[in-house]
Design a protein around this ligand. Structure first.
Ligand code: TGC
Ligand code: FAD
Length: 409
């Protein structure tokens, strides 16, 4: 028996295990070998920052439902905003695999911290980079990239979540400006944002994108309270009452739902990677607990039922890593399709939520406390399963892609 490398059969070293070599990264299939030095440097830098700046405060922030707003600037300093946007425009000038792995490390800390970065990078900087005029790009992007300015993204409305095409928010021509009316709901970062990228219908009923400054007359951003999920992330509404938006703030070319959906494609890709980070943190905690917690005279990790849980967890994490690595390669070549991204977002978030639930069981009663990160991840992942397209919407996107039949219309 042997493994076959370069046409030569070499014996398998049965004493060498994935555990001894790759334990720290939970990198069972040595995905590290597929990453460049730049990817690994970015990952390690973000991992160190999470350990230093997020881990010590995150349970307390989530407990008190307080957003650690001082981290917005630090995220800019470590290059977490728009890693794959060119450096000239305030991004990191790296590829999409680097972007993904950065999201993974942030979400190992907390989904809300990853949200801070994915909204700013993929939902605010990306549409400005892709659709705004050169003058607008230079006006906003460097300050967004450094974290000097905070942005938010307004697509969802109180009565239009999964179906944004039905939105009611609208603009009317008024000479050198448009007059904006309507409301957006569930908007990450809106109460602390300086600008909002807003999607609204023009007088022809076409969806248009625009940058709206939160200080504008008639624009308010009330906070939404009472969330049991993403408690360290701040969420609010956007309310527009005859807000004047200068015409130069409206993206000139893009019209229709593909404008906002193209931004979601980018953010959903990052979430697919991010969910792996949350899953790894739960697995890591469960594995350690199983080695330390003794019942019936031996560590609970010695029982077959605990091993089944842990073995299935690492198998699912490994499959998700490989899915993301391949998706990252396709993104880097400009070949990934939105439907492929939907599949990865749906699979990986569900996988992470299942792992959080299994990890909670392994921790027994201790699993429900904030001594361990499990319940925080689990509650966060309930939001991640819903935002950026719900679990079922992504299933229907895959269904449409494989059958050719559109279940939405
Ligand atoms: P449909 O007719 O299928 O498409 C309209 C046009 O858009 C194009 N398109 C895309 N383009 C780029 N990327 C994608 N992913 C795209 N999907 C579709 C499509 O080709 C078409 O182009 P054209 O040229 O023919 O006009 O549109 P539909 O109305 O049938 O809707 C389809 C559906 C249901 C899949 C879509 O509405 C959808 O994805 N709904 C889910 C809504 C959603 O994901 N909302 C997220 C809000 S933002 C958020 O949650 C941020 S969380 C932030 C955080 O991380 O904290
Ligand atoms: P609905 O669309 O009302 O869905 C309710 C249920 O019906 C779901 O289970 C859904 O899958 C199901 N359903 C709907 N249509 C169908 C169908 N055709 N077939 C089968 N089932 C269907 N939005 C933004 O624009 N910007 C943000 O920054 C942002 N941040 C968010 C932060 C948080 C904490 C949360 C919770 C949400 C955020 N969202 C944001 C909104 C998010 O994208 C929406 O919640 C999501 O798209 C679902 O919309 P909805 O909540 O209105 O649910």
């Amino acid at each position: 028996m042997g493994n076959f490398q370069n046409g030569v059969s070499t014996p398998i070293d049965f004493k060498r295990s994935a555990k001894t070599d790759q334990f720290q990264n939970h990198d069972y299939y040595v995905v590290d070998d597929l990453l460049t030095d730049e990817h690994k440097l970015a990952r390690d830098a973000v991992r160190d920052w999470v350990k230093q700046s997020v881990s010590p405060i995150i349970e307390d922030c989530a407990n008190r439902s307080v957003c650690p707003t001082h981290l917005f600037k630090e995220l800019g300093d470590i290059g977490a905003y728009g890693p794959s946007i060119p450096a000239k425009y305030g991004g990191g000038g790296m590829d999409d695999t680097a972007y993904g792995i950065i999201m993974q490390e942030l979400e190992r800390g907390d989904s809300g911290i990853r949200s801070m970065a994915s909204v700013q990078g993929s939902l605010v900087m990306y549409p400005i980079y892709r659709y705004a005029s050169e003058e607008q790009k230079m006006k906003w992007l460097p300050k967004l990239g450094s974290g000097e300015l905070i942005g938010c993204f307004g697509l969802t409305e109180p009565d239009h979540g999964s179906n944004p095409a039905g939105m009611l928010t609208n603009i009317k021509d008024d000479g050198d400006a448009y007059i904006l009316n309507g409301a957006k709901m569930w908007i990450t970062n809106s109460p602390v944002a300086d600008i909002a990228v807003v999607w609204a219908k023009d007088e022809e009923g076409k969806i248009r994108g625009m940058v709206v400054e939160t200080g504008s007359k008639g624009f308010s951003t009330p906070e939404i309270h009472g969330k049991w999920s993403l408690r360290a992330s701040i969420t609010g509404e956007l309310i527009f009452e005859d807000v004047r938006v200068p015409k130069e703030n409206v993206f000139p070319e893009i019209k229709g739902l593909k404008g906002p959906l193209s931004c979601l494609t980018k953010a959903r890709y990052g979430i697919a990677w991010g969910a792996i980070g949350a899953a790894m943190d739960c697995y890591d905690s469960a594995l350690r607990y199983s080695q330390e917690r003794v019942q019936f005279g031996r560590p609970i990790g010695g029982f077959q039922l605990t091993q089944k849980k842990l073995a299935e967890m690492i198998t699912e994490i490994t499959k998700a890593q490989l899915l993301c690595w391949r998706l990252g390669s396709l993104m880097d070549k400009g070949k990934a399709t939105p439907a492929q991204i939907s599949m990865a977002k749906r699979n990986n978030v569900h996988m992470a939520l299942e792992i959080a639930r299994e990890a909670r069981q392994i921790h027994g009663g201790m699993g429900i406390t904030n001594e361990y990160p499990i319940m925080r991840h689990m509650m966060n992942l309930e939001t991640v399963l819903t935002y950026e397209g719900t679990h079922d919407i992504h299933l229907l996107i895959t269904g449409m892609d494989v059958t050719g039949f559109n279940a939405f219309s």
